[in-house]
Design a protein around this ligand. Structure first.
Ligand code: ZN
Ligand code: ZN
Length: 154
């Protein structure tokens, strides 16, 4: 995926659980994808990420793998539901795996502070949008932008 472009390959919606880390190799095989050495190096690097990461950070964590292979593998991992990407700001998207995913993201447009919130925070909005506008809200793809308390009290 190229910076600035966005291909949503996974089914998004109210809430889709990501494939648990330990099941990624099995899921790759089950979906007909190769589990070659380079790909497993990348899967290992993904597993070590403790919070959302950019493709550049992943490439830096797997320096022995060509960056094009990192991009391709990340796209495959997203396709099988092992990771998903989120747009937190104007910069490149970040990727999350099952253990570092936060379903909805709040980002402060002043200081950049970022908070993950439980998906049910938006349930009332989700219900109204569905019944009144025939629209399924996806709160996980883009961050909700606003201002954190620090600026309101200043
Ligand atoms: Zn996107
Ligand atoms: Zn702030």
């Amino acid at each position: 995926m190229v910076e600035g472009q966005c291909a949503v390959t996974t089914k998004r919606g109210a809430h889709v659980d990501l494939v648990p880390l330990e099941e990624i190799p099995a899921r790759l095989r089950a979906t007909g994808h190769s589990v070659g050495k380079q790909r497993m190096v990348i899967v290992g690097a993904v597993e070590k990420m403790e919070s959302a990461f950019t493709v550049d950070e992943l490439a830096a964590a797997a320096p022995e793998v060509h960056v094009a292979t990192v991009y391709r593998t990340l796209a495959v991992l997203e396709e099988i539901g092992a990771v998903r990407h989120v747009h937190l700001s104007h910069g490149p998207a970040v990727y999350e795996h099952s253990e570092c995913s936060e379903v909805c993201h709040l980002v402060c447009e002043v200081c950049g502070r970022h908070v993950g919130v439980a998906p049910d925070v938006f349930d009332p909005v989700r219900e109204r949008l569905a019944t009144e506008h025939d629209f399924v809200l996806d709160g996980s793809h883009f961050a909700i932008v606003g201002r954190c308390g620090a600026h309101l009290r200043g």
